[in-house]
Design a protein around this ligand. Structure first.
Ligand SMILES: [Zn+2]
Length: 150
C-alpha cells in the first residue's frame, strides 16, 4: 500500500489543518480503496470515509498529494479527508461519520474550525467538495450545520 512513500510526499510533515474533499462518485470507501490500490495512487488522501467505515491510507506523519497544486500549504500541512458516496443517497451518513473524524483530529492536533479547508481553497479551478458546496454553499455554513451538530 505504501510503496510510493519515498517517491511522493514528505515524511514527518507538520499538521496545520484538515482539507475536505468529496469523491464525486457513488463509491464506498472500500470500492475507492480498491481502485486506488490498482492505480498506485496511494498518497491521494489520508482518509476515505463512507457511511460504514473510515479507511486510513497514510500515516499522519506523512503528507498526501491531494490539492493538485504541488508544494502548497494544503499538500504540505493538511490532512486530506475524502468523503465518499457523494453521488449517493448514503452521503449524509458518510458526511456524519466524517464530521466525527474531523472533530477528533482537530482535538488531537490542537486545531480549531479555522483550520478546516476545502479543496477549492487551494485550487480555485476545482469544485470540490462538490456536494458540500451544493448543499451548504460556504465553509462557514458547513461548519455551523454539520460540525457543530456532530
Ligand atoms: Zn478534492
Amino acid at each position: 500500500m505504501l510503496r510510493n512513500r519515498e517517491q511522493f510526499g514528505i515524511d514527518s510533515f507538520e499538521v496545520k489543518g484538515i482539507t475536505i474533499h468529496n469523491t464525486g462518485t457513488k463509491d464506498t470507501a472500500y470500492e475507492l480503496y480498491k481502485k486506488i490500490r490498482k492505480s498506485s495512487m496511494s498518497n491521494g488522501a489520508h482518509f476515505l470515509v463512507d457511511k460504514d467505515q473510515v479507511i486510513q491510507l497514510l500515516p499522519l506523519n506523512h503528507s498526501s498529494w491531494h490539492t493538485g497544486k504541488g508544494y502548497d500549504f494544503g499538500n504540505l500541512f493538511t490532512i486530506a479527508i475524502e468523503i465518499c458516496q457523494s453521488q449517493s443517497d448514503d452521503y449524509f451518513e458518510a458526511q456524519k461519520r466524517a464530521a466525527t473524524l474531523i472533530k477528533q483530529l482537530l482535538k488531537s492536533y490542537g486545531l480549531t474550525t479555522a483550520d478546516i479547508y476545502f479543496h477549492n481553497d487551494f485550487n480555485e479551478r476545482t469544485y470540490c467538495p462538490h456536494r458540500i458546496l451544493d448543499i451548504y454553499k460556504t465553509k462557514e455554513e458547513f461548519i455551523k450545520e454539520v460540525l457543530e451538530n456532530a
